[in-house]
Design a protein around this ligand. Structure first.
Ligand code: TRP
Length: 358
């Protein structure tokens, strides 16, 4: 595949700029999907949930179907940024691959791989670390928040430097597009800095990749707070219909029996309406109007029914995949062989540009 360095898009100065730029990018993708290569990834810390599905997974699948080349990283080394030991790693890795495939990622054209299985990718971290200052790393607001939320007694070097590792994740395959949530924008700036500085200092090897924000509205957890595996407020893609009903049945609502969609004024109720609407592929206002004065009980019945109906085929595919662990391992082995060939070629180019080869 020919990777052309697209003319650099203007640096996103704030949320609105990032949004505008993402809309521009969508137009360029529609016009010429073959000129884009996406790298995206997740940490294997537990099952993916509906927030992941509507926030990023659906977007990945859409872009892949549109003809964009897709690289999906299982970021296993990154699990260690905020904990001492990565527990049940093998199990989480397999579950993550099953979730992706069940959601529609096509492994015959996508490259799915783990950090730890692609040594040459990790080696890029060393020259890349030389391109950023400690002060730049220390200013990253997402890392600052994660340090504040971490249960570790001390901040590890990996926590502080993982955005540079992320630059290696993206640049090893010369991806030029990274679909991200807002929290990842500071990391994306570090990747762009690393690419620019390497290109200036040594040789123009890397595209300066753009961040692509998802257009989907943000889903909250069933308690009205940020959806998160560890808070028990998220519907896992792999959950059973009964588990789903129990979780949504416990969701926080309010005392106004008239159901409406007003995300600012009534965040919890509106979030449930949004969830049903996303699953039904309809407008949230219309869904709320139908429930009318039925109150929280009627709302929850609709949400449970919509989620279970929507996830039914995905869950069936996922159950088949989970039963075939040999196949999941084969998908990874295949992706990892491809990723390794690409990473080794890039590392050779990097070492040559740095006059490290004799
Ligand atoms: N930090 C991302 C997350 O927590 C996962 C990730 C690792 C990633 N490397 C990446 C995302 C490279 C995009 C590009 O969700």
């Amino acid at each position: 595949m020919e990777i052309t360095t697209p003319e650099p898009a203007p640096v996103a100065a704030g949320p609105d700029a990032a949004e505008r730029q993402s809309r521009d990018l969508e137009e360029r993708i529609a016009a010429d999907p073959g000129s884009f290569r996406i790298l995206t990834g997740d940490r294997p810390t537990g099952p993916l949930h509906l927030g992941h599905y509507f926030g990023t997974l659906a977007n990945r699948v859409r872009l892949q179907r549109a003809g964009v080349a897709l690289f999906v990283l299982v970021a296993d080394y990154q699990v260690l940024t905020d904990r001492d030991v990565a527990d049940r790693l093998g199990e989480h890795v397999e579950a993550l691959v099953a979730d992706q495939l069940a959601a529609g990622v096509d492994p015959s054209t996508a490259t799915i791989f783990r950090h730890s299985a692609v040594p040459a990718l990790n080696q890029l971290m060393l020259p890349f670390l030389s391109l950023v200052s400690i002060a730049e790393l220390g200013r990253n607001p997402t890392v600052k928040e994660e340090i504040a939320a971490s249960r570790q007694a001390a901040v590890s070097g990996l926590m502080f430097t993982y955005p540079v590792h992320q630059a290696a994740d993206i640049l090893f395959c010369k991806a030029n597009l990274v679909p991200v949530g807002r929290d990842q924008l500071p990391h994306q700036e570090i990747t762009r800095t690393v690419a620019r500085r390497f290109n200036e200092r040594y040789a123009p090897l890397f595209p300066v990749p753009d961040a692509l924000l998802s257009a989907a509205p943000l889903l909250l957890g069933t308690d009205g707070r940020k959806m998160s595996k560890s808070r028990g407020n998220a519907v896992a893609l792999s959950a059973t219909a009964d588990e789903t009903a129990r979780l949504i049945g416990r969701a926080v609502t309010d005392t106004d029996r008239n159901i409406g969609y007003a995300p600012e004024a009534r965040p919890e109720v509106s979030n449930l309406v949004l969830l049903a609407a996303l699953c039904q592929g309809r407008d949230p206002r219309e869904v709320a109007g139908e429930i009318g004065s039925g109150g929280a009980a009627a709302l929850k019945r609709v949400v449970i029914e919509s989620v279970n109906e929507f996830l039914r085929p995905l869950r069936a595919r996922r159950a088949d995949l989970a039963a075939d662990r040999a196949y999941l391992r084969e998908v990874l082995a295949d992706g990892e062989a491809r990723a390794t060939a690409i990473a080794e070629a890039t590392l050779t180019e990097v070492r040559t540009a740095m006059s490290m080869t004799l």
